[in-house]
Design a protein around this ligand. Structure first.
Ligand SMILES: Cc1cc2nc3c(=O)[nH]c(=O)nc-3n(C[C@H](O)[C@H](O)[C@H](O)COP(=O)(O)OP(=O)(O)OC[C@H]3O[C@@H](n4cnc5c(N)ncnc54)[C@H](O)[C@@H]3O)c2cc1C
Length: 414
């Protein structure tokens, strides 16, 4: 172990909480700050899937064709805040450029490096603590209307197979035997066995914050306004509660990491992929396992407090309120695929996936400043957060882990 350092972690989502806990376990003095308290961002309302199989980025080689099809279809699962288009164009150009086959294989391997052992990583983070009760083992089914629709999704499965994910197919009436709440018209499930999900992401974040405190870390409500660098090295974080001195800092503020990176003089192309959930309380039916609804592009998760349906992509800003169309889109598909579902109430939510144009996060030291990035996890942050935290803690501790960290290089955007 390095000498004990005074470390400030900015942002108490899954990435910040995991970094803080692993840093504390390495013997460092850790202060985790969040302007709203733990789990206020995307980590609160996500679909809760430990998506070990989610190795395929959105920008695959068929992206240009799919995007055109989606734009021509008013009922597609893709939405855009058109007013934000001028700011999005530079990011979109890079995002599309990364959909070349060679780049996609690079992204698939990079994503696989941080997601495929997710359940094990969450268990390691929480073993013997109050937070372990939120982790469940499960299978995951991709829900297709027919075998033909599954076969049309061949490109995604080809990439998944390169990382060892081979689905088991269930067809015909066996679909409704496996998941009785699915509508009769659903004809094919592609099942991936042996994964996991979180039973209540918001409560999980709250408990992880308590775990940090139980183990001697501090959780403080404060907003980071700047990172104070002197002689090329971080010396303090400036917050609305005053200047907090530190030896090292971890930037894990999700989509809001971008303005703090700008203050460090780095322009990271990070945009908000806005996503939504409908959370049904007291549902009359629950699926046996989580599912991905391929036609609607959202996930369904049986949680401790009800049934959560979460997903869709709306490109836009992080400073604008929710749109109605993505929520209506999820509601319409829920009605169609779960025709017998009744419920007592429904909660609506929107959150921001922090997304880079190469679909890979930034993990590691920014220059030689002593500031470490732990953000940019797009669709897989809950899955990859604990491993990200472990990597960052090991780096700060001077013991880099034995995996290729080049894909996540925090300086790759210049
Ligand atoms: C609809 C939807 C469904 C999803 N489903 C899944 C899923 O099933 N599985 C999966 O793996 N991922 C999923 N994701 C993605 C995942 O939720 C995110 O990648 C992940 O939560 C990002 O975590 P984070 O810690 O980087 O950021 P966040 O959870 O957004 O946390 C950032 C924190 O930083 C704080 N903060 C911001 N600025 C400051 C500041 N200046 N000072 C102090 N604090 C600050 C915020 O208050 C917030 O608490 C989903 C996302 C969405 C939107």
């Amino acid at each position: 172990m390095n000498k004990s350092l005074n470390v400030i972690v900015i942002g108490a989502g899954i990435c910040g909480l995991s970094s803080a806990i692993w840093l504390r376990r390495a013997g460092h003095a850790v202060t985790l700050i969040d302007r709203e308290g733990p789990g206020a961002g995307a980590s609160f309302g996500n679909a809760g899937l430990l998506a070990q199989w989610a190795v395929v980025p959105v920008n695959t080689p068929d992206l240009p064709v799919t995007a055109l099809k989606y734009m021509a279809n008013p009922r597609s699962p893709f939405f855009m805040q058109w007013g934000a288009l001028p700011q999005l164009v530079p990011w979109l150009v890079k995002f599309v450029a990364n959909s070349r086959p060679a780049r996609v294989q690079h992204m698939v391997s990079g994503i696989a490096g941080i997601v495929t052992d997710s359940v094990e990583q969450h268990i390691a983070l929480t073993r013997g603590t109050r937070a372990e009760r939120w982790i469940a083992n499960s299978d995951l089914s991709y829900v297709y209307p027919s075998r033909q629709a599954f076969e049309a999704d061949r490109l995604t499965w080809e990439y998944k197979r390169t990382e060892g994910f081979e689905p088991e197919l269930i067809e015909g009436s066996a679909v409704q035997e496996a998941e009785p709440m699915l509508a009769p018209g659903i004809g094919c499930l592609a099942v991936l066995k042996g994964h996991g999900h979180i039973l209540n992401p918001g409560a999980y974040m709250q408990d992880l914050a308590r775990v940090l405190e139980d183990e001697g870390g501090r959780v403080v409500r404060a907003e980071a306004r700047d990172i104070h660098i002197e002689g090329g090295q971080v010396r303090a974080v400036d917050t609305d509660q005053g200047r907090m001195a530190c030896d090292k800092a971890v930037l894990a503020a999700g989509i809001w990491s971008r303005p703090l990176m700008n203050k460090l003089g780095l322009k990271v192309p990070l945009v908000a992929e806005r996503g939504y959930h409908l959370h049904f309380s007291d549902p009359s039916q629950m699926p046996r396992n989580p599912m991905m609804i391929t036609q609607g592009k959202f996930a369904v998760n049986p949680m401790a407090t009800g049934l959560r349906c979460a997903g869709t992509v709306e490109l836009g800003n992080a400073d604008k309120g929710p749109s109605r169309r993505p929520l209506k889109h999820i509601a319409r598909h829920v009605k169609r695929i779960f025709p017998g579902l009744r419920h007592a109430g429904v909660e609506e939510w929107m959150g921001f996936r922090p997304s880079t144009p190469d679909s890979l996060p930034l993990i590691g030291e920014i220059g030689q400043t002593g500031v470490f990035a732990a953000f940019g996890h797009q669709h897989i942050g809950l899955t990859a957060g604990p491993k990200t935290g472990r990597i960052v803690a090991a780096q700060i501790d001077g013991q880099p882990p034995n995996i290729d960290l080049a894909p996540y290089d925090a300086n790759r955007f210049g």
